[in-house]
Design a protein around this ligand. Structure first.
Ligand SMILES: [Zn+2]
Length: 78
């Protein structure tokens, strides 16, 4: 086990907003789902930090479709 290997955690937690509670996340999630190209966002409990995130669940982060308006490199401030 290498404790230095934290690339997964870094990507998941640094690019997403942490929510302390599920209901807090849900409030933001309802708003986000109205945005174009964000209909498949999900609320999930983070494996790496004690918080909830909104986004593609772990394991689906590389999900991409050619021609999709949604790109992982583009974020808008929430
Ligand atoms: Zn996290």
């Amino acid at each position: 086990m290498s404790p230095a290997d934290t690339s997964d955690e870094d990507i998941s937690c640094r690019t997403k907003v942490p929510f302390a509670t599920h209901s807090e996340a849900k409030r933001q999630w309802k708003w986000l789902r109205k945005q174009p190209g964000r209909q498949h966002l999900e609320i999930y409990e983070c494996r790496y930090c004690p918080a909830y995130h909104i986004g593609n669940p772990p394991g689906f982060q590389t999900y991409r479709r050619p021609g999709s308006p949604y790109t992982t490199g583009h974020r808008t401030a929430a």
